[in-house]
Design a protein around this ligand. Structure first.
Ligand SMILES: N[C@@H](CCC(=O)N[C@@H](CS)C(=O)NCC(=O)O)C(=O)O
Length: 211
């Protein structure tokens, strides 16, 4: 998004603990929750700390959107309703089942005493097959159908909603969830990855597993 907005920026990497997957304590010095993304912006003279990806995107669009070709939806329009919908949908609806899938897969592979293993595995498989996977499938079916005939979520032009949706979708591709059943999502993620702004951000950000 920073590339799309033609802003100057510096990326600071905070590595997760490889065992717990939690962010490091140093990130909690920036904001008590210690989650990424977090941005700091001192262009107003005062240092602002912004968290929560959807709120960051709204802030950036409001303050710097005019310097870009990202859509600024007209107040009260259908486009604005769609924009807001996808902006919330990403973290509000899509991310939780994806995270649950990750957690329950980890439960299956976490070392436990051999006599407990069949139990933890059976519980994880049941939650995955009866709750998590059917939910994910419904969400992905819906997203794939919504992208049909469109380049981006709002049509022909990129918007903040695409920036927000790109992360869970590229994560889904990387984790093997997206097969030929989801051709629209497949080509959407390829389009995102081909964007010059995305390529430029990769050069500045360094190694990134989902690219
Ligand atoms: N809803 C938040 C989620 C933030 C979040 O959980 N970020 C993850 C990285 S994708 C994180 O920082 N995890 C490390 C941790 O929870 O300690 C957002 O959209 O910004």
């Amino acid at each position: 998004m920073l590339e799309e907005l033609n802003l100057e920026y510096e990326i600071i990497r905070y590595e997760r603990d490889s065992k717990t997957l939690q962010g490091p304590a140093s990130l909690r010095e920036i904001h008590p929750l210690g989650k990424a993304p977090v941005i700091t912006d001192d262009t107003s003279g005062e240092e602002l700390v912004l968290v929560e990806s959807g709120a960051i995107i709204e802030y950036m669009m409001q303050n710097y959107g005019k310097n870009s070709s990202l859509i600024i939806p007209k107040t009260g329009s259908q486009q604005e309703r769609d924009y807001r919908y996808w902006l919330h949908f990403s973290e509000g609806s899509l991310m939780s089942p994806l995270l649950l899938r990750l957690i329950f897969h980890r439960i299956k592979t976490t070392p436990v005493p051999f006599f407990v293993k069949p139990i933890t595995k059976a519980i994880a498989n049941k939650v995955l097959s009866e709750f998590v996977n059917p939910n994910i499938e419904r969400l992905l079916d819906f997203i794939d159908a919504s992208l049909k005939g469109k380049q981006w979520f709002l049509g022909d032009q990129l918007s903040g909603a695409d920036i927000q949706m790109s992360f869970p979708l590229e994560a889904s591709v990387a984790s093997g969830l997206i097969d030929d059943q989801y051709p629209e999502i497949q080509s959407y993620v390829e389009r995102i990855h081909r964007q010059p702004s995305y390529q430029e951000a990769l050069l500045k950000g360094g190694k990134y597993d989902y690219a």
